[in-house]
Design a protein around this ligand. Structure first.
Ligand code: SF4
Ligand code: SF4
Ligand code: SF4
Length: 186
């Protein structure tokens, strides 16, 4: 993965539902890396059971903010605290500008945000502080099955795009119109 500082990138993530075993190492790594307070998480594991007996299928997904291309959390924010950062088009919250009004929590179809005990809206940052240094997000780096890939959606040669071109995939709540940038490989 190339993470050279550039405003041209549009970071995204793939999560391989065949490889994710739901161990929650990503959740714990995120909490440790980002000092996420007790009782809150920036990422979480969901399970979906589909089909009827005996053809049941369990899909496990590691979920977090989708860093949407059309983020309602940004357009609804009255102070400009929620914004699309020039670095990789990552959706972030400026803690100093946030007044904790919760408009963004209400607008997010994914329940990706919470109010930090210090009073501001918080969520996944795509570990921008690590990516800016050329490191992978903590959840991606720690995954024991290498289920997640992080990269530039606008780079046709990225591993991320190779996976998207070669594997069936889905995004969460595509009908919400948010254009999420986390893709689940089937
Ligand atoms: Fe905003 Fe929610 Fe999309 Fe994240 S997932 S960018 S918090 S609307
Ligand atoms: Fe903006 Fe903060 Fe209100 Fe969210 S809680 S809409 S980031 S001011
Ligand atoms: Fe947490 Fe970073 Fe992974 Fe986002 S990218 S879920 S902030 S570890």
């Amino acid at each position: 993965m190339s993470t050279t500082r550039s405003s041209a990138k549009r970071y995204a993530m793939t999560v391989d539902t065949r490889q994710c075993v739901g161990c929650k190492a990503c959740v714990l790594a995120c909490k440790a890396e980002n000092a996420v307070p007790d009782g809150f998480c920036r990422d979480w594991i969901s399970q979906r059971l589909e089909g009827t007996m005996p053809d049941l299928r369990l899909t496990i997904t590691s979920e977090r903010c989708n860093h949407c291309d059309r983020p309602p959390c940004v357009s609804c924010c009255p102070t400009g605290a929620s914004h699309v950062h020039e670095f990789g088009k990552v959706v972030l919250v400026d803690h100093e500008k946030c007044i904790g009004c919760k408009a963004c929590l209400a607008s997010c179809p994914y329940g990706a945000r919470f109010i930090h005990p210090d009073g501001y809206a918080d969520k996944c940052t795509f570990c921008i502080h690590r990516v800016e240094k050329g490191e992978l997000p903590a959840c991606v780096a720690v995954c024991p099955t290498h289920a997640m890939h992080f990269g530039d959606l606008d780079d046709p040669g990225s591993e991320l795009n190779r996976l998207l071109a070669s594997r069936r995939h889905f995004a969460l709540k595509p009908d919400a119109g948010t254009r999420p940038r986390i893709f689940y490989l089937e």
